[in-house]
Design a protein around this ligand. Structure first.
Ligand code: SAH
Length: 332
């Protein structure tokens, strides 16, 4: 049975399904049946744009590990895509051998296709790689965690204003096609699944120590209304069309994530452009340009521009960190 047909069945049984159920089913199908990244795919992410992204994050992680006192630790990536970020991070920290020796790497990834890609890219770079479907369970040790463009893929619910009352939007069937249950404006979005993940991370860091870096596109300063979007071949499509064949995401509410982080130090919200520049994005690009061919230099410079410029990813993308230690992590 196709995903579309099984969604129709579910709606016929229940009358309606939640947006969260829809997103979870669509994204599970979407990510497990393709490699969505790059010009030939549906969208492109920061680590695929420039190697400096993963390199600077590698330095950030090694720095936090030192702040923790250099312990045996778990390095966890949520939704690692093609494994590019982690590969660049590991390459950039090869000159801190004790860091590599003290790590066990855990990749939280549901897609079998992307797990394979991650394995192929990473198995020569580190001996201790583990895959799991969910964040829990993690070994009872300090945690270094990175999540880039993970939270935007987690299910949300939309609260719509119907007859003056806030009501949860849903999805139903009309004439054999998926459609919104209410024709109404979205007042705000909530992502219980995201808050759950943040609570797990904070709890772990509170008990065992650690640092987490979360980067995504999103907003601060209160509700934004409807941000649910579907992207296919680098173009926006309707979220209810071609279920499971486009990348379904919502903007991340960073204030809500920080509010959910209890018993840890919360840092940010800092714009990605500011964060990367503070970590030395420009210097690192210049250093790479010294030994690069002209076309490579052009691509390094346009990559930097794309990551940090406020007109491109620099402002829309934002960073927060959660730490067990009180000193400010780099970039915040
Ligand atoms: N961080 C990568 C990929 C971002 S795309 C990059 O920056 O390039 C989102 C990633 O999260 C994919 O690897 C996808 O398979 C994974 N993912 C999405 N929903 C997930 C879920 N509920 N559980 C685990 N992984 C998930």
């Amino acid at each position: 049975m196709t995903l579309e047909a099984s969604l129709h069945d579910l709606i016929r049984q229940n009358g309606v399904i939640s947006i969260g159920q829809y997103m979870a089913r669509c994204n599970a199908h979407y990510y497990s049946t393709r490699d969505p990244f790059g010009t030939a795919g549906d969208f492109i992410t920061a680590p695929e744009i420039s190697q400096i992204f993963g390199e600077l994050i590698g330095a950030w992680l090694a720095d936090c590990w030192q702040s923790l006192g250099g312990p045996h630790a778990t390095l966890c990536e949520l939704g690692g895509g093609r494994g590019t970020l982690l590969a660049d991070a590991l390459r950039a920290t090869r000159n801190v051998p004790a860091f590599h020796e003290q790590l066990d790497i855990h990749l939280v990834e549901t897609s079998p296709t992307l797990r394979q890609t991650q394995h192929d890219k990473l198995h020569t770079l580190h001996p201790s790689l583990h895959w799991q479907d969910e964040l829990e369970p993690l070994p009872p040790r300090p945690l270094l965690l990175i999540a880039n463009e993970f939270f935007d893929a987690l299910p949300i619910e939309q609260m719509a204003t119907v007859d003056g009352m806030e009501t949860e939007q849903g999805i139903t069937l009309n004439d054999g096609k998926l459609q919104w249950r209410y024709q109404a404006d979205v007042a705000r979005e909530v992502s219980p699944a995201s808050l759950d993940v943040i609570r797990h991370i904070s709890n772990h860091i509170h008990h065992y120590g650690g640092a987490a870096l979360i980067i995504d596109y999103g907003y601060t300063g209160g509700a934004q209304g409807d941000t649910l979007q579907a992207m296919r071949k680098h173009c926006y499509t309707h979220p209810l069309e071609a279920a499971g064949e486009s990348d379904l995401t919502a903007h991340v509410n960073f204030d809500a994530l920080l509010d959910a982080a209890q018993n840890v130090h919360g840092w940010g919200v800092v714009e990605q452009g500011v964060f990367l520049k503070r970590l030395g994005a420009e210097l690192r690009t210049q250093a790479l340009c010294k030994h690069a061919s002209e076309p490579q230099q052009a691509s390094l410079l346009s990559g930097l521009e794309r990551l940090v410029s406020p007109a491109q990813m620099g402002s829309l993308f934002k960073c927060i960190a959660l730490t067990s230690f009180a000193n400010k992590p780099a970039g915040f």
